[in-house]
Design a protein around this ligand. Structure first.
Ligand code: KG4
Ligand code: ZN
Length: 374
């Protein structure tokens, strides 16, 4: 089965083509993401209407590119032609011949369409959902609505479920750390999972972004904070890790922003001091994520952890989690998606849909900004 997946929950516009073979193994044939982050860097954060307007412009070209790329060999699509799909001068452009080919690929090779239904920004979600519904209706192809946060964990299956040695990670603890969410879940099977806890206020990624903004970094600031934190071996600056000792699996990151703001106020910010603040912020966020993730694995006697979401691209989080597990001789395996599948992308939506194939009538599929866990 071959699926076209669409992702537009926040500021990215993503489309991907994935295939599942008779053995249940999945393969990403293409994964295209257009970002409007440079626009949001100018405004210091996402303005939802701007994000949705950009997605309206990008949606069809991105789908066309994903379809063409899924057949790259057959089409002899050079990288130059591929880039030419998008831009002519400053405006979006689609080569008419390639566009026709994309249309034929869609009609002839795609069996179903998967789309993010939520949670996310309403305007952004509507762009993807309405595009998917239109394609589904016009071409009479099934549509599979997908939960964006669960898909972040399923980004791991792209590598776990690939040839030659597919691995089943069940049961596992899933830690979702993105720009809008921080959640811990316990998975027994594809359809049997339990939400253990989550953030009471800001998400982990949001804390990185808000503190980065105070320090004058462009949105999103997580990668910049990580880069600077890496340059610092140790720092005497220590910020709190709220709720680190609480027995539940809840998080709270809004206090960290206030603490960092107070620390920064009236100080002369040298490059070294900024880098040390970045290190302290990263330490504070990763410490509580690691502690609670390990504690949940111990409590539920589970020996596999899957990370997902943009913050899971943070190497300090991955390495420190593995180090703690090793030091405590817990024998827990940790998986995290490769960086291109950690932040928002359509391949993870396709992976979830292929492994949880539940088509819905197109007129019952709707954008759900507040979609939460069952
Ligand atoms: O999953 P994602 O792409 O979008 C949402 O669904 O929210 O996550 C984006 C978040 C942003 O807050 C960004 O700052 C953060 O992920 N992020 C990172 C890193 N890369 C992205 N945070 C820390 N370290 C990173 N390397
Ligand atoms: Zn996301």
């Amino acid at each position: 089965m071959r699926i076209l997946a669409i992702e537009t929950s926040c500021d990215e516009t993503g489309a991907a083509v994935l295939e599942k073979d008779e053995k249940g193994l999945i393969k990403v044939l293409s994964n295209v993401t257009a970002t409007s982050s440079s626009l949001h860097a100018k405004t210091g954060g996402i303005i939802p209407e701007n994000a949705a307007r950009e997605q309206v412009k990008f949606m069809i070209p991105v789908i066309a590119a994903a379809l063409l790329k899924s057949q790259e060999k057959e089409n002899n699509l050079t990288m130059k032609q591929f880039n030419n799909l998008f831009l002519k001068g400053n405006s979006l452009w689609i080569d008419p011949e390639l566009f026709k080919k994309a249309n034929t690929i869609l009609k002839n090779t795609i069996d179903a369409i998967a789309v993010t239904q939520g949670p996310g920004l309403i305007g952004s979600l509507l762009v993807g959902v309405e595009t998917a519904k239109t394609l589904s209706f016009a071409l009479n192809k099934p549509i599979v609505p997908v939960h964006h946060l669960l898909a972040h964990l399923y980004a791991n299956f792209i590598e776990l479920n690939a040839k030659p040695y597919p691995l089943s990670p069940f049961p596992f603890i899933g830690l979702i750390v993105s720009g809008g969410h921080t959640d811990i879940l316990c998975f027994r099977s594809h359809s049997n999972y339990k939400w253990l806890g989550g953030t009471r206020d800001d998400a982990a990624g949001e804390a990185f972004d808000k503190i980065g903004r105070i320090l004058g970094f462009a949105y999103p600031s997580g990668p910049e904070i990580e880069k600077r934190a890496k340059t610092v071996g140790e720092t005497s600056i220590k910020f709190h890790s709220p709720l680190i000792n609480s027995e539940d699996f809840d998080f709270s990151f809004s206090g960290l922003k206030t603490e960092a703001m107070r620390f920064i106020k009236d100080r002369h910010l040298t490059k070294r001091l900024i880098n040390e603040i970045c290190r302290a912020v990263e330490d504070s966020i990763t410490a509580v994520l690691i502690k609670k993730t390990i504690r949940s694995a111990k409590l539920y006697k589970i020996s596999t952890i899957l990370l997902g979401g943009g913050v899971s691209a943070n190497e300090a989080l991955r390495k420190e989690l593995e180090l703690r597990i090793m030091n405590q001789e817990l024998g827990i395996k940790v998986f995290a998606p490769s960086k291109s599948f950690a932040t928002d992308n359509a391949a993870m939506i396709g992976a979830y849909a292929l492994l949880n194939y539940k088509p819905a009538p197109w007129n019952k599929v709707s954008a759900q900004p507040e979609l939460y866990f069952d």
